[in-house]
Write a protein that binds this ligand. Structure first.
Ligand SMILES: [Mn+2]
Length: 424
């Protein structure tokens, strides 16, 4: 469902005076308001098709009703988010959960909502009905060449679907690894995986990228064959210029300095994309910015600094995607919160006085360096984010409008209480 335009206008009108006051205040405080508004308006975050239903854990799933029953309905849900916040202009599909049976039709539905297709995601971490070989002991790393071949062919099929939809990237996340010492020969597992990735790489169209996503643990708990950014970078370097590392915020060991990883991958020209989420313990896939907003800001600070150092386009040169999924919130409300947290951190990173920061670093003035970062982090940039949204035709307060329009209740009425979206 979409919200009628006049309702968005009414919502904005009712909040306009309060918004104006807050906006005028911050616009008076910072010099680069116009530039920041332009950058915020251009910045679009990809919504994963698997996050539109309730996530669940291995202990259970508590669906809230009205979940999308088809790929078309998933696209409609992302279209609604984008209508509200004007910053969710892409969808990231997962195969085989979202196989487009009629690509031209799916592409048209997305275009109606102003959405493009972000990176395609393959799946060799589950066995599908009718599948010849099992991935129980891995996919690209597998000791049996027939299993590896099946996994390679699946990835090539995903590329084909993506080409039909106008996507330009493939994200490969492998659950490959081992649960017990001695189970795997690390070198053989690496070499098999590299060989498989090379075959996938060879099938990439010229304008495509492949993102090699790493993860420290889970579902394998002793070793992971693409376990950290070093291993991901090793693969990406061996594969060639179309291969990049993908950073998922939940895929590190506790206390890892993710902002430093981001900085160095960018320096090497090997950061391809991002999966945003937040976590307390492991790959918790919680709402972006819900646990460690300062870390998110520090990551964006490095992203902006590193992208500017290479003259990159903030919006188009990296793949920005959310990868979150859980049990206790309305998934659409959660995604509105996640996108908002990303926009806030991005806006704060744009505020950092980089000249002064560099000067403080050159002087070993540690105190000033911290002050500069925290000055930006503690600035309430929400009126800027809201103003960018307003200019683009979105709602001043997307979450409030979502609630006052009773979107979930409407979706339950349309789709039923017992619907279950494909996904995690
Ligand atoms: Mn991910």
């Amino acid at each position: 469902m979409l919200i009628e335009k006049y309702k968005i206008a009414e919502h904005n009108d009712a909040l306009m005076a309060t918004h104006r006051r807050a906006f005028d205040y911050i616009a008076g405080e910072i010099p680069q308001t116009t530039e920041i508004l332009q950058r915020l308006a251009a910045f679009q975050v990809g919504i994963p098709s698997w996050a539109l239903g309730t996530g669940g854990t291995r202990f259970g799933r508590f669906p809230g009703g009205g979940e999308p029953r088809s790929l078309e309905e998933k696209i409609e849900d992302v279209g609604l988010l984008h209508q509200l916040n004007q910053s969710s202009g892409a969808i990231s599909l997962h195969i085989p959960w979202d196989v487009p049976s009629n690509a031209a039709h799916i592409k048209a539905v997305a275009a109606q909502h102003g959405l493009r297709f972000d990176a395609m995601n393959s799946n060799t971490f589950q066995d599908q009905p009718g599948q010849q070989h099992s991935y129980k002991f891995g996919s690209l790393q597998h000791v049996n060449k027939a299993v590896r071949k099946q996994a390679v062919e699946h990835n090539i099929e995903v590329i084909r679907h993506g080409v039909e939809l106008g996507s330009e990237a493939l994200t490969v996340w492998l659950s490959d690894g081992s649960c017990f010492p001695g189970q795997l020969n690390f070198r053989h597992a690496f070499q098999n995986t590299l060989e498989g990735l090379q075959e996938i790489y060879a099938a990439l169209p010229d304008n495509w990228k492949v993102f090699v996503e790493y993860k420290a643990a889970e579902p394998n708990f002793y070793s992971t064959t693409v376990g950290d950014w070093g291993q991901s970078l090793l693969y990406a370097n061996k594969l060639g210029p179309k291969a990049y590392s993908l950073v998922d915020l939940g895929h590190h060991l506790p206390n890892a300095n993710i902002e430093q990883i981001v900085s160095l991958l960018l320096m090497e020209g090997k950061l391809g994309g991002f999966h945003f989420n937040d976590s307390k313990f492991g790959d918790d896939d919680l709402t972006v910015g819900s646990i460690k907003p300062y870390q998110l800001f520090l990551i964006f600070n490095e992203l902006v600094d590193g992208m500017d150092a290479r003259g990159m386009n903030h919006n188009t040169d990296l793949g920005w995607m959310i990868d979150a999924s859980h049990n206790v919130k309305d998934p659409l409300e959660d995604l509105l919160q996640s996108v908002e947290a990303i926009m806030i951190s991005y806006a704060q990173a744009l505020l950092v006085d980089r000249k002064k920061l560099l000067a403080a670093q050159q002087d070993n003035d540690v105190v000033t360096a911290q002050e500069i970062l925290q000055q930006a982090f503690r600035t309430d940039v929400r009126p800027l984010v809201a103003a960018a949204r307003l200019q683009a035709g979105g709602a001043l307060q997307p979450l409030a409008l979502y609630r006052s329009e009773k979107v979930r209740a409407n979706l339950v009425q349309q789709r039923g209480l017992k619907t279950m979206a494909t996904g995690l």
